[in-house]
Design a binder for this molecule. Sequence first.
Ligand code: FAD
Length: 435
Amino acid sequence: MATEEKTSAKAEQNGNQVEGQISEQLGIEVGDTPFSLELSQDQKDIREWAHGFAEQTVRPAAHEWDEKEEFPWPVVQEAAKIGLYGFESIAQFWADPSGLTFPIVNEELFWGDAGIGMSIFGTTLAVAGIYGSGTPEQMVEWVPQCFGDENDVKVGAFCASEPDAGSDVSGYRTTAKYDEANDEWVINGQKAWATNGGIANVHVVIASVDRDLGSRGHAAFVIPPGTKGLEQGAKVKKHGIRASHTADVHLDDVRVPGSCLLGGKEKLDERLAKAREGKSAKGQAAMRTFELSRPTVGAQAVGIARAAYEYALDYAKEREAFGRKIIENQAIAFALADMKMEIDAARLLVHRAAWMGKNDKEFEAAEGSMSKLKAGEVAVWVTERAIQILGGNGYSREFPVERMHRDAKIWTIFEGTSEIQRLVISRAISGVQIK
Ligand SMILES: Cc1cc2nc3c(=O)[nH]c(=O)nc-3n(C[C@H](O)[C@H](O)[C@H](O)COP(=O)(O)OP(=O)(O)OC[C@H]3O[C@@H](n4cnc5c(N)ncnc54)[C@H](O)[C@@H]3O)c2cc1C
């Protein structure tokens, strides 16, 4: 061994000994290192599999479906065929005890294309609604119907927002009235901006059963396939994610059996009674549901940002101006360095929040909201930078970063706008009812 190597080996040994002594004094077991950022082999395999689908099937179809502004049924069917879209696969992704598998799959899919990604995973909004409020029996009955099967693919829709109430959920006007004689609920109102609204097999609708109670008087209902009175309204022509179907949903005397109330009547009555007495009942649970789902939404934004960054990096290494590759200019290289750093920072927040949710950690600083806020804003910023790096080509529909930038913007708006995320975080860290 050379002298230098011997010295460094000795230093390492001494270092270990000192660490061992300190650990002993502090009563810390040496070798007990539960923290790791290493993905498991399973997670790496699933990531590679989802990436393969995104690269070979989603990416090549992205431009066409964005231009057509139509729901890409053949691509969703392909996803169902390989088992990426379906009840079993979603259940398998969710089962990962680290909580990371679903965000990882989302990042890869949305790296492929956000419009198609939302067409494939928009159904999970309805699933989350059923999972958040339903009984185990209701989950078994309705979740598979949201997906259909590989020969007959279906989608689900989650209808909460209304024309006059998005962020302010206490303003929902859709009502549900109980018809005791027939054990049926009668739902009336209009929902706006519903992903898969009107084309879904199963619609999950949030309606008010007691408007005096604001958001605490809400309940979630499943509207079974083919129910009379539910009609698709205007389809929205959008800035981005144009392959994804977004539409108004009209509910005109929609009658559903009592069993379609998610969670059941007894639980609802209990909750309403508590709310009428002014007791806190549902607030914390609802907040936790959002904190649980937001990291996945953040992962989608990370996927878009990564796609644009990778494209811009390759381009900068090829494109020449003033007799050199444009990446040789610090202005370009530093922009790419910042893009990469911001994407990694966003992903770390996403993974932390996903892990916290799965492992029942308290979201003391609204870490789920933080992850969605950061990832959404990074996606908008990175995709804009990517356009700048591509120059005129970046602004052209012939190059994908233009689409990615249009797509990214919605991540600062839906699933809680950036302002609402900041509201949630600032309330969580301060305990003050910030307005
Ligand atoms: C493509 C797309 C898909 C969607 N999919 C669905 C879906 O599947 N299901 C569904 O239910 N909804 C869906 N939405 C609706 C979406 O969730 C809402 O648009 C979003 O919550 C914002 O609500 P809003 O549009 O009413 O904006 P508003 O609530 O009117 O907000 C307007 C602006 O005011 C700001 N603002 C509001 N209140 C405050 C405050 N207290 N402090 C500071 N700023 C504030 C907001 O941040 C925003 O910038 C979708 C929307 C789009 C565009």
